[in-house]
Design a protein around this ligand. Structure first.
Ligand code: GDP
Ligand code: IMO
Ligand code: MG
Length: 451
C-alpha cells in the first residue's frame, strides 16, 4: 500500500443544501487527478461545469469526465437510472467528450426503474402540503427498495434476460402499490422493459467491481478525487430530516460506496456558497423572502440545474456551516459565488439561533419543531460594492470582501482555500498558504491553460 495515499486524494462535498458549485470545483481540480469518483445520489444532482464558452450539466457522470485523461467511477452507493445515464452519455458524445474506456459503474449500485419515478411523484402528490419537494427522479423509492432488499443492482445489466425478468416482477409489484396506495395509474411495462433493455445493452460493458480498481490507482500513486452530490444539510442522517435526500452525502459515504478504506479519502474540501440556497421544502433559518433574496436569485441565476425550480435564497448561515464542518470533518472551504454579492450595500451572516426562552443554540437541532422556533441572530458587515469578477490574485480582493471572508473563516473555524467569483473555471482564486492552498493554486494555474 502506498504510504502517501492520504495526500494524493481529496474529497469534495457540498457543505450546505446542495448546488454550492461542486461541479465547477471538481472540474477545476480534475486536471490534477487521474481518477474522479461519484459516490452518492443519482440524477437528482445537477453539477454545472463552465469554461471558455462551453457549459455542461452533469447528473450522474463525475464532473471529471471533461478531462480526457481522467478515469471516472460511479460508486455502489449511487442509484442509477439507465435511461438517464444513456441520455447523459449521448449529450457528452454530442459535445465531443468521449467516455469509452474510462467510465465504469460499480456492479453493486441500485437501479432506478421507471416505476420508482412514478412512485416518487405519486407519493409527493399524496403528501400535498407536506411534500418534501423531491426532484421527482425516483431517488427515494429506489433507495427504499435497496433497504427493503428487493432492489435490482447494476451487475444485472450484464445479464439482460435475467434482468428483464426480475424487472418485470418488481415493476408489477410497484404497479400494484401505485394503485393500492395512491390510486395512481400503472406504468406501461412493455415500454419500460424496452427502455431497460436498451440501457442494459449499452451500460452492461461498463460494469465492474470498482473497489480494487480504485485501490490499484491509489497504490500506483495516482490521485483520486471523490465527488459528493447534494450537501451535508441534505444528508439522510444528519440533514434537516425528513426534508433531505435519501443518501448519505458525508465524505465517509465515499469509502462505503467504493468499498475502500476511509484512509484513501484525503482531506475534505467543503464547498459552500457565500450565501445559502435551498430547493424544495424544509426549514431554512436564514432565508430572505424579500427583495434581497430576489436579487441574489437573479444575480446568482438561482434556478435548479436539474428541475429548473427557483432556489430559495438567504444569508450565509454560520451555525449551519459550523455544524456541517463538524459533521463532515471539513478541513477547508471553497467559497463560491462571491461575485453574486458584489452590489450589496450591506451583508449579513447568521451567527446564532435564539430560542424563545432566550437560550442560543449553536447547532442544527434534530427536532425540526425546535428549529422552527429559532430566531436567527445576525451580524451585519458592510458590502464591498465593486466587482470581484476578474480577480486573479487573492491579494487583489477588495478590502471589505476580504473582511467578509475573514469573518466567515473565524465563524466557521476552518480556512477558505478557494474563492470563486464567476461560473467559469478561470474565475477562481486560491487563497492562503496552507499545503492544500498551494496544491490548489498549482491546479488552477494548470487549468487556466486548458481551454
Ligand atoms: P452543484 O450542484 O454544487 O454542482 O452546483 P450547480 O451546478 O447546481 O449550481 C451552481 C451554479 O452556480 C451553476 O450554474 C454554476 O455555473 C454557477 N456558479 C458556480 N460558481 C459560481 C461563481 O462563483 N459565481 C457565479 N456567478 N456562478 C457560479
Ligand atoms: P446537487 O448534487 C439541491 C433536494 C430536493 C429535495 C430533496 C429530496 O446538484 O447539489 P430527492 O429527489 O433527492 O428525493 O429530493 O433534496 N435535492 C437537491 N437540492 N441540489 C441537489 O443536488 C439536490 N438533490 C436533491 O430539491 O428538497
Ligand atoms: Mg446542483
Amino acid at each position: 500500500m502506498n504510504a502517501n495515499h492520504e495526500v494524493k486524494s481529496l474529497t469534495a462535498i457540498g457543505g450546505q443544501w446542495g448546488d454550492e458549485g461542486k461541479g465547477k470545483v471538481v472540474d477545476l481540480l480534475s486536471s490534477g487527478f487521474e481518477v474522479v469518483v461519484r459516490y452518492n445520489g443519482g440524477h437528482n444532482a445537477g453539477h454545472t461545469v463552465c469554461f471558455a464558452d462551453r457549459r455542461f450539466a452533469l447528473h450522474l457522470v463525475p464532473s471529471g469526465i471533461i478531462h480526457e485523461n481522467v478515469s471516472c467511477y460511479l460508486g455502489a452507493g449511487m442509484v442509477i437510472d439507465p435511461s438517464a445515464l444513456c441520455a447523459e452519455l449521448d449529450t457528452l458524445t454530442a459535445e465531443e467528450v468521449r467516455h469509452e474506456g474510462r467510465l465504469f459503474l460499480s456492479d453493486r449500485a441500485t437501479l432506478i426503474l421507471p416505476t420508482h419515478q412514478a412512485i416518487d411523484n405519486a407519493r409527493e402528490g399524496a403528501r400535498g402540503k407536506g411534500k418534501i419537494g423531491t426532484t421527482g427522479r425516483g431517488i427515494g423509492p429506489a433507495y427504499q427498495d435497496a433497504a427493503q432488499r428487493r432492489a435490482l443492482r447494476t451487475f444485472m445489466l450484464t445479464q439482460p434476460a435475467r434482468f428483464l425478468d426480475a424487472a418485470r416482477d418488481l415493476m408489477t409489484e410497484h404497479n400494484r402499490e401505485l394503485d393500492v396506495l395512491f390510486g395512481a395509474p400503472p406504468v406501461n411495462l412493455d415500454e419500460a422493459l424496452e427502455t431497460l433493455r436498451t440501457g442494459a445493452e449499452r451500460l452492461g460493458p461498463l460494469v465492474r467491481e470498482i473497489g480494487p480498481k480504485i485501490i490499484e490507482h491509489a497504490d500506483q500513486g495516482q490521485q483520486v478525487l471523490f465527488e459528493g452530490a447534494q450537501g451535508v444539510l441534505l444528508d439522510i442522517h444528519h440533514g434537516t430530516y425528513p426534508y433531505v435526500t435519501s443518501s448519505s452525502c458525508l465524505p465517509g459515504a465515499a469509502a462505503v460506496s467504493c468499498a475502500i478504506s476511509p484512509r484513501y479519502l484525503g482531506p475534505v474540501l467543503g464547498i459552500m456558497k457565500a450565501y445559502v440556497t435551498r430547493v424544495g421544502e424544509g426549514p431554512f433559518p436564514s432565508e430572505l423572502e424579500d427583495e434581497v433574496g430576489e436579487r441574489l436569485r437573479e444575480r446568482g441565476n438561482e434556478f435548479g440545474t436539474t428541475t429548473g425550480r427557483p432556489r430559495r435564497c438567504g444569508w450565509f448561515d454560520a451555525v449551519a456551516a459550523r455544524y456541517a464542518v463538524r459533521a463532515a470533518g471539513v478541513d477547508a472551504v471553497a467559497l463560491m459565488k462571491v461575485d453574486v454579492m458584489d452590489d450589496l450595500a450591506e451583508v449579513e451572516v447568521v451567527v446564532g439561533y435564539e430560542l424563545p426562552d432566550g437560550r442560543v443554540l449553536d447547532t442544527m437541532p434534530a427536532d425540526l419543531e425546535v428549529l422552527a422556533q429559532v430566531r436567527p441572530r445576525t451580524e451585519k458587515l458592510p458590502g464591498w460594492q465593486c466587482s470581484t469578477r476578474d480577480l486573479k490574485e487573492a491579494t487583489a480582493m477588495p478590502a471589505r470582501a476580504e473582511a467578509y471572508l475573514r469573518f466567515l473563516e473565524r465563524q466557521v473555524g476552518v480556512p477558505i482555500v478557494l474563492v470563486s467569483t464567476g461560473p467559469r473555471r478561470e474565475e477562481t482564486i486560491a487563497r492562503g498558504d496552507s499545503d492544500l492552498s498551494k496544491q490548489l493554486a498549482g491546479l488552477i494555474e494548470t487549468n487556466q491553460s486548458l481551454e
